[in-house]
Structure formats: C-alpha cells, structure tokens
Design a protein around this ligand. Structure first.
Ligand code: HEM
Length: 462
C-alpha cells in the first residue's frame, strides 16, 4: 500500500505557505498517522514518524537510502571537495577524520581549553547587569570552537570576522534553500560571499601551518598537537593520500558550521529552560557544589563527566529543541515499513524521506508528558529514552550517520553552564523564546534577555 492517501492535486505548497512547516507536518501526522507523503512541486516527501517505522531510515545502507540527493543544497555552504560534493567513500573517510579529532584523549585537552575560554569571557561581566544571552553564548561558543579547532594565535586574529561570517552562512540555509539552493535571494548572496571569505581566511591559515610543519618552528601558543586543524592537515586517506588545502578548508568550515550554530542554540535553549524551571535549576546548582567539592574546585574533563544532572538538563533541552525540523534521505530503492499497530506501507523508490525530529522526540508512547521539560525522565529510574529503544531519541541522529561531535558538543555546553551556575544568579527577563522555523537549523528567535548578579561566594572555590 502506498503512503498518504488524500494528497491534494495541487500539492501541499499552499498549506505549507499558510500554516508553516511545523503545523503542516503535525496536521498530517494527526490525520494520516506515522507514514504520510507531502508534495512540493515535483518532490514527493514521505514522512516516517517514530521508532517503529524509522529503522531503515537510520540504519539502511546508503546504496538503498542515501543522503546525497537531498543534501546537494549544502554544497554552497560547505564548499567544494567535501561532504556532499564528494562521493560516499571519500565523505566517510572525511567524517572519520572528524571522529579522530574528537576522541576522548583529544576531548580531555579540549575541556581545559574550553574552561579557560569560558572563564576569561565571563570575567568581563560586571557585578550585575542584563545581557542578550543568545548573543553572549553565540560569542562564547565561537571562541571555544575556534580555540579548540584552530589554535589560540589564529583565533585571536580573526575571531570577530569569522563569527559574523558563520552567522551569514547559517542565515543562508533557509527552507527554500533545500529546493532551490541557488535562488538569487539576498540571503544566498550573503552566504556565497561569506563562504568565499571564510575560504580565503582558512586557506591562508592552512598554508602557514603547512609551511611551518615543513620546517618552521611552531608558535608555542598555537599548540598544534591539540587542535582539530592540525588533525585534519595530518589526516591520510586509506590509499595513503594526504588531505588537500581545499579539503581541509571545506572540512573546517563544515565542522565550525555544525559545531558553532547547533551548540550555541542548544546552550541558549538550555539556559532558557533552566531559568524557567526553578526545581531543575536548583538541582543543577546543587550538583555543581557537590562536584566542585569532590574535585577541589577544579572543573576538568573528569569533573564534567560527573555532572549527570546538568547533562540530563541539556539532553532534555535538545529533545524539545532538536537541531533541525527534520532529517532527510532519498529512497534509492523502495522499502516497506510496518507501524506499531501492524499497518504496512511501501515507500516508493525516488521519494525523498523525512524523519521529523520535532515530532519524533515528543511521542507520548515513548515519553511521559512529552511536552513537559523534565530532565529526570533520563535518570536511571525512568530512562525513558532507553526504554523506547535505540531510535527513541534523535537529536544527534542514530545508526549510520550518528553525529560525531556529540561528546564535544555536550562538553562545551556543560563547561558554559557549569561556569554560569557556579558564578552567577540569573533570571530570564524576556518571554520564553519562540523558534525560528524559517531556517534549516532552527534556533531561538529574537533576543533572550537575562539579568545576572555575580555570586559573592562562587559555588566552587576555583
Ligand atoms: C549540539 C550540537 C550538535 C547537534 C545537535 C548535532 C546533531 C547532528 C545530527 C542530528 C546528525 C545526523 C544527521 C543525519 O542523520 O542526517 C549529525 C551528524 C553529524 N554531525 Fe553533528 N551535531 C552537533 C554538533 C556537532 C559538532 C560539534 C560536530 C563537529 C565536527 C558535528 C559533526 C557532525 C558530522 C560530521 C555528522 C555526520 C555524521 C555522518 O553522516 O556519519 N556535529 N549531527
């Protein structure tokens, strides 16, 4: 049986324009169930909602259900020679390079760098004041990401400009971009200019690194061994070939883009959620005191791993505010899915296929009171995600394309919130933020204003 009966002749474009993407998907899910098709121009997009029908989506072979056809729109952002501009085998190797640069041994070093960046950034705050938390965290995440990925000396030189250029890249990845990546709209023009400038900046850095590796002496402060750029420069494909300048630049832009925007949005949402839930805020602050006492006031990799309460707060935040409305694939071969109540559907070859994270993460048969912010659901007693199976929690994807930056992202968000909770009393003074659904990677809309007062005695003695 084919999915989604009752699709209007003219397609779903009018409904999409009137209701917006989220309401359209929710409506179709409510009326048609966990498998349904939406039509946009020539595109037939079949949605698969929930763990029961998602195993092929996440675990199927790329030769059967692939990312290539539906990810071409990212090429102007990530640039040539990387990600979806290259064949599958090359891409897998490039993602392996990222994975190698994010191994626990590296994370241990990154944790130290992150703590230093965060401490020096928030040292600039006064005794009390009001800030746009979204802007502050965007800034501090860019600092951390650049520091860990690029090295100190470089990040000092180009930090401000890179932050602005990354914002333009994200703003240039709109929902319309998925269908028409080269449509001549101002956001796409700004994206292209930003990508070109980032290319110039990073190419110069790669060249100077390579020159120094070829004989020059490394600048101490640049601590090459510890940043991702050096890992990418030193990486080798299985056939022994080294990475080219274009590839390193492209991988680097991709990593900054993936890491910077997702993490700063998640850090802002985490704050907005904590500051509007006194019980969980209290629990997170208390945990900081306990962990700090056990570690002599020091926050390092081991201390961060012990911050379970904070970890669950971030995880719950990402369940409610996933990084994308949906993940996409292309069905290279037709495949069958069976819903929890035993209905079978065939998804035809040629369809685009979507996993709408925003609904998937809030299914009432997986999560108790799914719209409620309740980090305890991930505690050992309830473990709702584990009870729901391997595909219950999707904010970092799953299966073949599971995010390689998950541990890095948690670490940087925890470093930031560990510091803020220990050192400041905070209050959200603007309304709880809405979500900007017009971009592919939605974040909090508008300003997120927070007032702060420095604690006289920080929760740690650091
Ligand atoms: C809060 C932060 C982050 C979130 C929520 C996030 C989320 C995700 C999701 C949902 C996917 C799966 C995409 C799919 O299946 O189509 C993914 C894949 C990926 N992420 Fe992340 N990510 C984050 C941070 C990072 C960072 C810091 C990096 C660093 C390089 C990174 C690199 C990647 C890569 C390379 C993939 C592709 C993996 C593959 O296809 O094998 N991510 N991420």
């Amino acid at each position: 049986m084919s999915p989604g009966p009752g699709v209007p002749l003219l397609g779903d474009l009018p409904a999409l324009l009137i209701k917006g993407p989220l309401a359209l998907i929710r409506d179709r899910y409510t009326s048609l169930g966990s498998v349904f098709t939406v039509r946009l121009f020539h595109l037939k997009l079949t949605f698969l909602v929930g763990p029961d029908v998602s195993s092929h989506f996440y675990q199927g072979l790329d030769s059967e259900i692939s990312q290539d056809e539906v990810s071409q729109f990212t090429i102007p952002t990530f640039g040539p020679g990387v990600a979806f501009d290259v064949d599958y085998a090359t891409r897998r190797e490039q993602f392996r390079f990222f994975g190698d640069a994010m191994k626990p041994v590296k994370l241990r070093t990154y944790a130290q760098l992150m703590v230093r960046e965060v401490e020096s950034h928030f040292a600039r705050w006064g005794q009390s004041g009001t800030v746009n938390l979204k802007q502050e965290l965007e800034h501090v995440v860019t600092l951390i990401t650049s520091r860990c990925l690029l090295g100190a000396a470089v990040r000092e030189k180009m930090f401000g400009e890179v932050g602005t250029l990354l914002r333009e890249l994200n703003d240039g990845m709109r929902l319309v971009t998925i269908l028409l990546p080269h449509l001549p709209i101002p956001a796409h023009r700004r994206r292209d200019a930003a990508r070109a400038r980032l290319g110039e900046i990073f190419a110069e850095i790669v060249r100077s690194r390579k020159n120094r590796s070829d004989g020059g002496r490394a600048d101490d402060d640049d601590c090459h061994d510890h940043d991702m750029l050096q890992c990418l420069i030193d990486s080798r494909y299985k056939d022994g070939r080294g990475t080219t300048e274009t590839e390193v630049v492209g991988m680097f832009v991709s990593a900054l883009f993936a890491g910077q925007h997702n993490s700063s949005s998640a850090a802002t949402w985490a704050g907005a959620r904590l500051l509007t839930h006194a019980k969980h805020l209290r629990a997170a602050v208390d945990e900081q005191a306990r962990v700090a006492a056990r570690h002599g006031g020091r926050v390092d990799y081991d201390a961060l791993l012990e911050m379970d309460t904070l970890h669950r707060c971030v995880k719950e935040t990402l369940r409610l505010h996933p990084p994308a409305l949906m993940l996409l694939r292309h069905a290279r071969r037709s495949f069958a899915v069976r819903t929890g109540d035993g209905r079978e559907y065939e998804v035809p070859e040629g369809h685009a296929v979507a996993s709408p994270l925003v609904i998937h993460n809030r299914l009432p048969h997986v999560y108790e009171e799914p719209d409620k912010y309740d980090p305890d659901r991930f505690g050992p007693r309830r473990a709702e995600d584990r009870a729901g199976g391997a595909l219950a929690y999707m904010s970092f994807g799953a299966g073949r394309h599971l995010c390689v930056g998950e541990a890095f992202a948690y670490m940087q968000i925890k470093v930031i919130w560990s510091h803020l909770l220990r050192n400041f009393e905070l209050e959200l003074v603007s309304p709880f933020p809405q979500t900007d659904w017009n971009v592919v990677m939605p974040g909090p809309k508008g300003k997120v204003m927070v007032s702060y007062k420095r604690r006289q005695v920080p929760t740690t003695t650091a």
